[in-house]
Design a protein. Structure first.
Length: 193
């Protein structure tokens, strides 16, 4: 039983692209009420449900309260864009590194589409800075955005930090909404062929 329908979007993305692996450390940004974290806990085995598999870590952050969840650490009433949050986050991550950053964050909608779009892009841009500090080599970032005129700014910044960026529109996301996701992965610069 998931806390929110949004779980199905992450399940769909992960079934297709295998972002979350057992043993991974995951940061879930904008985690309340906790449905994406529920999916992450299952996929990275952070509750230790399967004793044969490595045990992962899930840290969720939200401005709101996030009800407790077995297998997850939550930083409720924390702002993802605040450096004080980053310091606490690092302490909770094994080796101070994450394999995956998830963001389903959204600003409170003002009702003005362009303005909300721009606010969310600004939030996503700050996540790219965080990713640069805490992601493992080979790490991934999944972030929600609302389509609009500033998307190219985010896409350019993602491309400069990550080697590979793709746009996703899960079937579970309403067709008539501007909601999209970027999946960005750090491609190792030097590969042995
Ligand atoms: N993925 C969640 C789930 O599956 O349960 C739903 C997330 S909801 C669509 C977006 C959340 O982003 C809200 O709970 C909101 O409080 C949070 N949020 C917005 N700005 C934030 C910020 N600066 N720091 C932390 N959380 C933020």
């Amino acid at each position: 039983n998931f806390r929110c329908r949004s779980a199905f979007k992450l399940l769909e993305i992960d079934d297709k692209l295998r972002v979350l692996q057992p043993g991974h450390s995951v940061v879930d940004c904008g985690a309340a009420p906790g449905a994406w974290s529920q999916v992450a806990v299952q996929r990275v085995n952070s509750a230790g449900t399967d004793s044969e598999l490595p045990r992962g870590t899930v840290v969720g952050i939200d401005l709101l309260n996030i009800p407790p969840l077995d297998g997850a650490h939550f930083l409720s009433n924390h702002d993802v864009t605040d450096p004080a949050t980053h310091a606490k986050l690092l302490e909770l991550l094994p080796n101070n590194r994450a394999h995956v950053i998830l963001s389903d964050m959204a600003p409170n909608a003002s009702g003005f589409r362009e303005l909300d779009h721009e606010k969310l892009i600004t939030m996503c841009l700050s996540l790219v800075d965080l990713a640069g500090k805490i992601l493992q080599p080979g790490g991934s970032l999944v972030c929600k955005y609302w389509d609009g005129i500033f998307v190219h700014k985010l896409q350019e910044k993602l491309s400069s930090v990550f080697g590979s960026v793709r746009t996703l529109k899960p079937n579970a996301s309403r067709k008539d909404s501007a909601e999209r996701y970027f999946l960005a992965r750090i491609v190792n610069k030097y590969r042995i062929i």
